[in-house]
Design a protein around this ligand. Structure first.
Ligand SMILES: Cc1cc2nc3c(=O)[nH]c(=O)nc-3n(C[C@H](O)[C@H](O)[C@H](O)COP(=O)(O)O)c2cc1C
Length: 198
């Protein structure tokens, strides 16, 4: 199912077609595609080029996959357990150079995951990010050191059959994609003041 954005302004086709489905096919994602998708995350920009992101890669059939799946809240497990790839996204809280706190640690991880998800789309692979997971379980199951924080999980895979989803999920699967208006998020002068660009 394709759910392209509806926008007055023409944007690149990856952002146009990327969306977060829950109906994943069991078809495995080719290893070369997974490598390319992770390479895109690697080349994301970051504060002081710290590259604080770390990814724990779970491929269906492997123990790592089962462990990432276990960290998800039950509701997410229901659909994400069909995706062939689950990645736990982790980030380093301090700068390696001087041990000081890195205020951008989550920002940089988010940016790397954004690059990852667009490259996934470039490979014909859908992605769905989740913050509905247990950080504590992730820390314990993967022995994540104190200086690192697990922030989210991302499911990757080919599109499946929406009619196999439970009813509530099916409803949101076929819903129109929504966003706030641009002039409610882009300001000039003081915070909250609209620009005249749109
Ligand atoms: C940080 C983050 C956390 C999210 N957590 C969940 C989640 O736990 N479960 C879920 O089903 N979707 C989750 N989503 C998906 C969002 O609901 C989805 O991206 C949003 O509704 C916009 O839809 P779109 O990606 O199809 O444009 C999350 C997305 C992000 C970026």
């Amino acid at each position: 199912m394709k759910k392209p954005i509806i926008s007055k302004y023409k944007i690149n086709s990856l952002s146009t077609y990327r969306w977060s489905p829950r109906a994943f096919s069991e078809r495995p994602v080719e290893k070369e595609k997974i490598r390319r998708i992770l390479a895109a995350a690697r080349w994301a920009p970051s504060a002081f080029n710290e590259q604080p992101w770390r990814f724990i890669l779970g491929i269906k059939g492997q123990e790592t996959y089962n462990k990432v799946l276990k960290t998800l809240v039950e509701w997410n497990q229901k659909w994400a357990g069909h995706a062939p790839v689950l990645i736990l996204n982790v980030t380093k809280k301090t700068f390696s150079l001087n041990g000081k706190p890195n205020a951008a640690f989550k920002y940089d991880l988010g940016q790397a995951v954004a690059h990852l998800s667009l490259e996934a789309m470039n490979q014909g692979v859908y992605s769905h990010q989740m913050s509905g997971f247990s950080q504590e379980k992730a820390i314990q199951l993967f022995q994540i050191p104190d200086d690192y924080q697990p922030v989210s999980v991302i499911a990757l895979g080919y599109y499946g059959k929406p009619e196999l989803l439970p009813e509530d999920m099916y409803k949101s699967e076929i819903e129109k994609r929504k966003r706030q208006a641009l002039d409610d998020m882009v300001f000039a002068n003081n915070f909250g003041e609209k620009t005249d660009i749109f």
